[in-house]
Design a protein around this ligand. Structure first.
Ligand SMILES: Cc1cc2nc3c(=O)[nH]c(=O)nc-3n(C[C@H](O)[C@H](O)[C@H](O)COP(=O)(O)OP(=O)(O)OC[C@H]3O[C@@H](n4cnc5c(N)ncnc54)[C@H](O)[C@@H]3O)c2cc1C
Ligand code: FES
Length: 277
C-alpha cells in the first residue's frame, strides 16, 4: 500500500526534511516514542524514522529526517503528491509517560523533532516540560515555535553562540538541574555522543534519564538481531525492548561501534546513487 506525501517542507534546505504522510492506521495507533520503518523502492533498504507527530483525526503522521546516506537521499527526492512505497508501524515501545513532575526534554539536531512528540506527551499528561535544544548554529535549530507553544521554557544552545547559550545543551542542563531540585526525569534524543554526555551529567544528580537509541535496524520486530545493544549488562533489542532505555545503563561504546559497522558499504551505496541520479 503506497503512502502519499501530503506535505513536504525543507526545514534546512537539502539537509533536513519534514514530510506529512497519509497513514490513517498508523496515526490512529501512534504514541510518542514510536517509530516507523519505511522503504522508498522495492530494491531499497528498510530505514527506521521516528514519528515526530501524529494526527489521528487527519490520519497523518509526520516524519523529519536528516539526509545522511542513500536511502534518506532517495526519500528526499520525493515531492508532495508522490508516494512512499511502504511504511510499517507504529513500532517500538511508546515512551512511558505518567504524571510524574517536571521533565527536562533535551534534543539535539534532528533529534529535536523526535523529542518534540515525547515532550508533547509529557505536557498532555500534566507534567511541566522544560525543553533544552541545541545545534551547531541558529539555522539548524528545529521546532522552536512548536516547543514554545506548550513548554513554559525553551532553553537554546548553539555551538557558535548565534542563538542562546554559546556551548552545549549539557551545560544548560547541568545548571538547570542545580537550580531545580524537583526535576523528575530527563529525556534525551539526538546524536549518540550527546545522549551519552547527558547521561553523564544527570548521574550525580540521581535523576531518571531516558535516552532513545538509534541502533541499526532491519526488521524492526525483534527477529533479525541487527539492533542488538547492551543495557545494564543485558542484551536488548532496541526495536522491541526500546528504543528508549535507561541512559545510565546503556553501553554507549558498543552502540557507537555497531553504528559504524557498514560505513564502507554505505559510502559506496551513496556514491552509486548520486552517480545515477
Ligand atoms: C528508532 C530509530 C529512529 C530514528 N529516527 C530518525 C529520525 O526521526 N530522523 C532521522 O533523520 N534519522 C532517524 N534515525 C536514523 C535513520 O534511520 C538513519 O539515518 C537512516 O537509516 C540512514 O539511512 P541512509 O541509507 O540514508 O544512510 P546510510 O549511509 O545507509 O547510513 C548512515 C548512518 O545511518 C545509520 N543507519 C544506516 N542504516 C540504518 C538502519 N537500517 N537503521 C538505523 N540506522 C541506520 C548508521 O549509523 C549509518 O552509519 C532513526 C534510527 C532509529 C533506530
Ligand atoms: S531490528 Fe531486527 S531485531 Fe531489532
Amino acid at each position: 500500500m503506497p503512502y502519499r506525501i501530503l506535505k513536504r517542507k525543507d526545514l534546512i534546505p537539502g539537509q533536513t526534511i519534514l514530510m506529512v504522510v497519509d497513514a490513517p492506521m498508523i496515526a490512529s495507533k501512534s504514541r510518542p516514542g514510536n517509530f516507523v520503518i519505511l522503504r522508498v523502492s522495492d530494491k531499497g533498504e528498510r530505514i527506521p524514522l521516528t514519528i515526530a507527530d501524529a494526527d489521528a483525526a487527519a490520519g497523518t503522521i509526520t516524519i523529519v529526517f536528516l539526509v545522511v546516506g542513500k536511502t534518506t537521499a532517495h526519500l528526499a527526492t520525493l515531492r508532495e503528491g508522490e508516494d512512499i512505497l511502504d511504511v510499517c508501524g507504529p513500532l517500538g515501545r511508546p515512551t512511558h509517560i505518567e504524571k510524574s513532575g517536571p521533565v527536562i526534554c533535551v534534543g539535539g539536531g534532528t533529534g529535536i523533532a523526535a523529542m518534540h512528540h515525547i515532550a508533547k506527551g509529557h505536557h498532555q499528561a500534566g507534567n511541566r516540560v522544560v525543553a533544552v535544544i541545541g545545534a551547531r548554529n541558529k539555522d539548524l535549530l528545529l521546532f522552536c515555535d512548536e516547543l514554545g507553544s506548550f513548554c513554559p521554557e525553551v532553553l537554546i544552545a548553539t555551538d557558535d553562540g548565534s542563538r542562546g547559550h554559546k556551548g552545549f545543551v549539557t551545560e544548560l542542563l547541568k545548571s538547570r538541574l542545580e537550580e531545580d531540585k524537583e526535576i523528575a526525569e530527563v529525556v534525551a534524543v539526538g546524536p549518540v555522543p550527546m545522549m551519552e554526555a547527558v547521561a553523564k551529567v544527570t548521574l550525580p544528580f540521581g535523576v531518571k534519564t531516558t535516552v532513545s537509541l538509534n541502533s541499526i535496524m532491519v526488521d524492526g520486530i525483534g527477529m533479525c538481531g541487527a539492533c542488538r545493544c547492551t543495557v545494564g549488562g543485558k542484551v536488548r533489542f532496541a526495536c522491541v525492548d526500546g528504543p528508549e532505555f535507561d541512559g545510565h545503563a546503556v553501553d554507549f561504546q558498543e552502540l557507537k561501534m555497531r553504528l559504524g559497522q557498514f560505513r564502507t558499504e554505505e559510502k559506496i551505496s551513496l556514491e552509486k546513487f548520486r552517480g545515477q541520479s
